[in-house]
Write a protein that binds this ligand. Structure first.
Ligand SMILES: NC(=O)c1ccc[n+]([C@@H]2O[C@H](COP(=O)([O-])OP(=O)(O)OC[C@H]3O[C@@H](n4cnc5c(N)ncnc54)[C@H](OP(=O)(O)O)[C@@H]3O)[C@@H](O)[C@H]2O)c1
Length: 245
C-alpha cells in the first residue's frame, strides 16, 4: 500500500533530507510549514526524486487555526498515512533568561503546537489502523542543563507526550517513534562552536526511516548518544547542578 508522510516543520534542514529520502523510496509527502514558497520548491524537488504525491500546506505551531486544514487535506489522501514532526525552536538560553516571555514560544514550537496537531490527527490515524508517527525530540530533553533548559523542558514534555501517544495509537496498529538526535549540522546549530559528535541531517533522516521500517520505539541518533546520555542521566543531581555542560 502506498505511504504518504505528513512532514511537519518541513523546511527544517533535517526534514528536507527526510523528504528527499522518502521521495526516493517512492513515498508521498505533504509538506507542512510556514514558508509556502520554500515548501513549494521542496515539493517540486520531491516530485522530481520519485514522490507520487508532493504538496505544500500552511502550518504555524503558534496558530492553531492552521491545524484543521491539515486534517482535512489528510483525510483526502488514500493509503497509509504517516506523520513526521520536525518543528522546533531553540533561542539562546541567555536570551530567554533576559526575556522570560520567550519561554512560551519555545514550548509552543517544540511541544504544545506539535502535540495539539498530533492529537487532532490521532482519530484519523486510528481509523486507518496503520502507519507511523515519528516525533523528533532531542537528547536535550533527557536532562535539564544550564545551557538550554527551556528548550530541554519542551523536548522532555514532547517525549512524555509521545510515550503516551505510542500507548494509545499502538492499540489500533499505528506505531509511534521518539527520535532523540544529538547535535546535528543544521540551521538551528549554525554558528555554534565546539559542538560534540556533530552529525549530518541525512544520517538522522535515514535513521528515522530505518526505525519506522523496524518499528523501533525510541532511538538515539547517531547511536553514540545512547551511552553518552546514559552516563549523563546517571550523574547525581548534587554533582550535576554544579557542572557547566
Ligand atoms: N540541530 C540539532 O542539533 C538538533 C538536535 C536535536 C534535535 N533537533 C530537533 O530537530 C528538529 C529539526 O530541527 P533542525 O535542526 O532541522 O533545525 P531547523 O532547520 O532550524 O528547523 C526548525 C524547523 O522548525 C520550524 N518552526 C519553528 N517554529 C515554528 C512555528 N512556530 N511554526 C511552524 N514551524 C516552525 C522552522 O520553520 P521556518 O523554516 O519557517 O523557520 C523549521 O522548519 C527540531 O525539532 C529540533 O529541535 C535538532
Amino acid at each position: 500500500m502506498s505511504q504518504t508522510w505528513i512532514i511537519v516543520g518541513a523546511t527544517s534542514t533535517i526534514a528536507r533530507a527526510f523528504a528527499r529520502q522518502a521521495a526516493a523510496r517512492g513515498e508521498g509527502v505533504l509538506l507542512a510549514g510556514r514558508d509556502m514558497s520554500e515548501l513549494e520548491s521542496i515539493a517540486a524537488d520531491c516530485g522530481f526524486r520519485g514522490a507520487p504525491f508532493a504538496e505544500a500546506i500552511a502550518f504555524d505551531a503558534r496558530e492553531p487555526a492552521s491545524f484543521a486544514p491539515i486534517l482535512e487535506r489528510a483525510r483526502g489522501i488514500k493509503g497509509t498515512l504517516s506523520v513526521a514532526v520536525f518543528v522546533g525552536s531553540m533561542p539562546d538560553q541567555e536570551e530567554i533568561d533576559a526575556e522570560p516571555s520567550l519561554v512560551d514560544g519555545t514550548i509552543t514550537d517544540s511541544f504544545t503546537g506539535p502535540a495539539h496537531l498530533l492529537t487532532l490527527l490521532a482519530p484519523l490515524l486510528e481509523e486507518r489502523g496503520h502507519g507511523t508517527v515519528a516525533g523528533v525530540g532531542s537528547v536535550a530533553g533527557d536532562r535539564g542543563r544550564l545551557g538550554n533548559y527551556v528548550y530541554g523542558a519542551s523536548k522532555a514534555g514532547f517525549h512524555a507526550y509521545l510515550s503516551g501517544l505510542r500507548n494509545r495509537l499502538g492499540r489500533s496498529g499505528v506505531h509511534v517513534i521518539t527520535v532523540k538526535p544529538g547535535t546535528v549540522d543544521t540551521a538551528m546549530t549554525w554558528g555554534m562552536e565546539k559542538l560534540p559528535f556533530v552529525a549530518q541531517p541525512e544520517k538522522i533522516a535515514s535513521d528515522i526511516l530505518r526505525a519506522a521500517d523496524r518499528k523501533k520505539d525510541i532511538i538515539y541518533t547517531p547511536a553514540i548518544w545512547w551511552p553518552i546520555m546514559t552516563i549523563i542521566r546517571s550523574i547525581p543531581e548534587r554533582i550535576f547542578k554544579k557542572m557547566e555542560i
